[in-house]
Design a protein around this ligand. Structure first.
Ligand code: PLP
Length: 400
């Protein structure tokens, strides 16, 4: 008898970040004072003028109909202009496909590029959606594992070691979820040149481009390595920059043949992205970057508080995150120790213990391909942040 569900779909695991969020929310709903460090989204509301633009769009009858799969011409033009303004990358509107968030851009990209068995180099720790979307497209994710000793940055020697005749693509994400690492421009350029030299595609996720702190700077790989343009797909969206996670608007930029193929796929899967959300995104992109500047200031303050407080816990090592809104401390030294009468043998068990004993929700490193770590988002209010990390300090400070 055939299985009830397909092997392909049964193999997809539940998003660990969403699972932690759901568990924490259930506890909160039951009246528990849980501090949730699981969120992958800004805690700010979408700026009101963007919301007003959506309301105006909803009143236009043209917005009530199907529109071109690849996106409203106005939004595509805004994406072209915004890309040139923010990263310096110049593309034509025919190289833009508007998608339901950066997530669909990734699914489209891997589906368009990969044949069964094609290998994709995936620097780990990685965001959970990459391996799933690679596998669903028939590809094989090949982890290139980094750790806190290099600030979670991969180097060329590691890429060389992972390269095989089946390698088709490399995933590159800076600033990174879950580590907050930001590659210096020289290293971005070196990795881009390596990809060109070996004829490897790069899928580069620029969704956190505006969330960089201190002296760190964002750099776009195809701008630093123009020869990469014909074998590079850029993924981006409005979610993190404009606090628009729920609107579901992202895009992919790529060579015309890839964008055409991905558009064909999307035309059968989901068609055009919600028109009202597209118009809100267009308004956001055509405006200035003042809203993200304000969010960045708040995130920077919280980043420094969280990094300092985590580093005070014996057994926790936390490199300073330079981008996005996550800390990714190593907790290997705490595993196996006695903590309030219990022992956590893995970071997943430690995350459970933190939830049970301190009512603090974090995502274990297992979710990102590197056990022995925790991911904490600092996209939450300053007081909650201090309360949550203080509870962690108290609980983990007792480890013996
Ligand atoms: C690295 C990275 N890329 C893409 C996304 C997806 O964003 P979207 O909401 O636009 O699908 C996320 C969301 O968490 C992310 O962390």
């Amino acid at each position: 008898m055939s299985a009830r569900l397909s092997r392909r779909i049964s193999a997809i695991s539940e998003s660990a970040t969403l699972a932690v969020d759901a568990k924490a929310k259930a506890l909160k709903a039951a009246g528990r004072p849980v501090v949730v460090f699981g969120a992958g989204e800004p805690d700010f509301s979408t700026p009101q003028p963007i919301v007003e633009a959506a309301i105006a769009a909803a009143r236009e009858s043209g917005m009530h109909r199907y529109t071109p799969t690849a996106g409203l011409p106005g939004l595509k033009a805004a994406v072209v202009a915004k890309t040139k303004r923010d990263s310096g990358y110049e593309v034509d509107a025919s190289q833009v496909l508007v998608t339901n968030g950066g997530k669909q851009a990734l699914y489209n990209a891997f589906a368009a590029l990969l044949d069964p068995g094609d290998e994709v180099l995936l620097p780990a720790p990685y965001w959970t959606t990459y391996p799933e979307s690679i596998r669903l497209a028939g590809g094989v994710p090949v982890d290139v594992t980094t750790d806190e000793s290099t600030g979670y940055l991969v180097d060329i020697a590691q890429l060389d070691a992972a390269l095989t005749p089946r390698t088709k693509a490399l995933v590159f994400v800076s600033p990174s979820n879950p580590t907050g690492a930001v590659y210096p421009p020289e290293q971005v350029a070196a990795i881009g040149r390596w990809a060109v030299e070996h004829g490897i595609w790069v899928v580069t996720d620029e969704i956190y481009e505006h969330l960089v702190y201190g002296d760190a700077e964002f750099s776009s790989m195809p701008v630093l390595v123009p020869e990469l343009a014909d074998t590079c797909i850029v993924v981006n969206g409005v979610a993190k920059t404009y606090a628009m996670t729920g609107w579901r608007v992202g895009w992919m930029l790529g060579p015309q043949d890839v964008v055409k193929a991905a558009t064909n796929l999307q035309s059968h899967a989901t068609s055009n992205v919600n028109n009202v959300a597209q118009r809100a995104a267009q308004f956001a992109l055509e405006g200035d970057l003042s809203a993200v500047a304000q969010m960045r200031d708040a995130f920077d303050r919280r980043r420094q508080t969280m990094t300092r407080m985590l580093a005070e816990i014996p057994g926790v090592t936390c490199p300073e995150p330079l981008g996005a809104f996550y800390c990714y401390p190593a907790v290997k030294d705490l595993l196996g120790k006695q903590i309030r009468g219990r022992r956590a043998g893995s970071s997943a068990e430690l995350a459970d213990l933190l939830l049970d004993e301190a009512e603090v929700a974090v995502v274990p490193g297992e979710a990102f391909g590197t056990p022995g770590y925790l991911r904490l988002s600092y996209a939450l209010g300053d007081d909650d942040l201090v309360e949550g990390v203080t509870r962690m300090q108290k609980l983990l400070g007792d480890a013996s």
